[in-house]
Design a protein around this ligand. Structure first.
Ligand code: EPU
Length: 340
């Protein structure tokens, strides 16, 4: 079984921020049996154990003194179809965008607004990926999970996943305790077209589309993301570096007195979400560069590796931004990206 085991593997090409880093031990997981084999044959593998999907929401410190399991389980299948719905099971190693594209090609609705989000299907529920008025929690009906300690395969229902904004049980209580092996989604044959997002409406108007379809929404999202978000193939980045904060309505009204134009999304009667990209731009950081690390000139929520940035420099810049936003707006930003 030694062909499974790899040591001191470079991680630079295995995560989208692209910093130089090494994993002490590394395994590719191609089958569920690989997981059993690894845990049975190598009980001494260094802990912690980290599951790596597309590496699009993670930044490594220089040396990962543990074991990286790279998720390579593949396969998409239809498990049930009715007149109105289609239930699709997708293995964790499939690329998320490929799944979205495939469902859109069939004309099915439910994840078209989530086009072009980098990463794998297995990683998608961990932070409840969301964009342009849609979240994966709306279509997920099951998440298959392999528990490291017991070797048991469990199935979590949607409710058991405890989904929240960019959060789930897999990011909290179950972090590093197991691995997602597949997800099951229920899609609709009767499209629920979501155009609430101003950017989507703008593109549809530009193209004179008055009756949008699943395909035209997908195309619009691809266009917006391509315009606004830096391509990790060009410059290392991990999408949104911070979450959008939720603040009290009193706090928001106070800010509005100084900044009447501040964008905001009401959450309920007492709280409001404000976009971090706006706060960071207003504070003057947009396009800022220090050595090989910077704030994207296109979208201030994204930090960029211009070449050989080190994780410590990324942390230092992000801490400076957090401190500045705290001083200016009395808002504490929370990182969305995991630093391991
Ligand atoms: N804004 C600025 N300056 C900027 C960036 C944004 O003023 O540099 C303003 C925009 O004008 C707009 C508002 O902030 O009024 C919101 O901007 P945008 O529509 O780009 O969305 P976002 O809130 O910055 C969130 C998600 C993105 C997701 C988009 C679209 C989070 C942390 N980020 O960004 O998710 O694609 O909405 O729904 O919730 C990701 O998670 O990696 C990600 C990219």
């Amino acid at each position: 079984m030694t062909h499974y085991l790899k040591k001191n593997i470079p991680l630079q090409a295995l995560h989208t921020f692209g910093v130089e880093a090494f994993a002490e031990y590394y395994f590719d997981i191609h089958t569920l049996e690989d997981l059993d084999t690894i845990l049975r044959n190598y009980p001494e593998i260094p802990k912690p154990v980290l599951c790596l999907g597309g590496g699009s929401n993670i930044i490594f410190r220089q040396h990962y003194a543990g074991t990286v399991l790279a998720m390579r389980l593949m396969g998409i299948s239809i498990i049930e179809e009715t007149d109105d719905t289609v239930t699709v099971r997708c293995a964790a190693g499939e690329q998320w965008h490929s799944l979205v594209e495939w469902t859109v090609n069939q004309g099915w609705s439910g994840i078209e607004n989530l086009a072009l989000i980098p990463g794998t299907c297995g990683a998608a529920p961990i932070q409840n990926i969301g964009a342009y008025g849609m979240e994966i929690k709306e279509t997920i009906i099951a998440v298959e999970w392999y528990d490291f300690a017991s070797g048991q395969k469990n199935i979590f229902t949607n409710e058991q996943c405890h989904f929240e904004y960019r959060d789930s049980i897999f990011k909290k209580e179950l972090a590093n305790k197991g691995i997602i092996t597949a997800i099951t989604l229920q899609l609709s044959k009767k499209p629920d077209i979501r155009t609430s997002y101003a950017d989507i409406r703008r593109i549809l108007e530009e193209k004179h589309i008055t009756e949008p379809t699943v395909r035209t929404i997908f195309d619009a999202v691809v266009e917006i993301r391509t315009r606004k978000l830096p391509d990790p193939k060009e410059y290392g980045n991990a999408g949104s570096f911070f979450k959008n904060p939720v603040i009290s309505i009193e706090h928001f009204r106070h800010l509005q007195q100084s900044y009447p134009e501040i964008p905001h999304y009401p959450i309920d009667d007492i709280t409001v979400k404000v976009p971090t990209g706006w706060l960071i731009e207003k504070a003057g950081w947009k396009g800022f560069r220090r050595g090989d690390i910077g704030v994207s000139p296109k979208q201030a929520l994204v930090l960029i590796n211009y070449g050989k940035a080190h994780t410590e420099e990324i942390i230092a810049l992000s801490n400076d931004i957090v401190q500045d936003i705290q001083q200016r707006f009395s808002i504490t930003l929370e990182r969305e990206v995991s630093i391991i």
